[in-house]
Design a protein around this ligand. Structure first.
Ligand code: HEC
Length: 113
């Protein structure tokens, strides 16, 4: 039986602690890192604005995100509400797309950190 060489084990440990550290992300971190805001802007305009604007007003459909009794109050809540809409619509978006959209909405409206 071979035991891993010490430096391999250390590398593992370092990788594991980085992974853990990013799970327990500090409050200042971007909750949707790497979201492609340009892609999201297009998807949002094409697939989300019309219905939101019709139901909640705001020329750009943003009233739904900024109304005082909006539903979303946390980053995970944002991801959930967003998924609720895309599921209801049968949009079948890739998780990356939902991530981009969440980052976009967060950057412009929710501003969670
Ligand atoms: C066919 C209509 C419709 C479309 C299209 C739609 N939504 Fe929604 N969405 C709603 C309704 C209705 C609500 C409000 C749900 C409630 O308040 O119970 C909502 C709420 C939301 C919320 C929560 C807002 C809050 O209160 O904080 C988010 C986020 C959201 N939608 C994201 C999206 C995204 C992203 C898309 C496009 C991919 C999208 N929606 C497309 C109907 C729609």
């Amino acid at each position: 039986m071979t035991t891993p060489r010490p430096h391999t084990r250390n590398a593992f440990r370092i990788a594991a602690s980085i992974a853990l550290a990013s799970l327990a992300a500090p409050a200042v971190a971007d909750p949707f890192p790497g979201a492609d805001l340009a892609v999201a802007k297009q998807m949002h305009a094409a697939q989300c604005v019309e219905c939101h604007a019709k139901r909640f007003g705001g020329e750009d459909g943003s009233e739904i995100y900024t109304r005082f009794d909006r539903r979303v109050t946390t980053p995970s809540g944002l991801a959930q509400q967003l998924t609720a809409c895309t599921t209801m619509l049968n949009l079948d978006l890739f998780p990356e797309d939902e991530h981009h959209l969440a980052g976009y909405l967060n950057t412009h409206y929710y501003k969670f950190q």
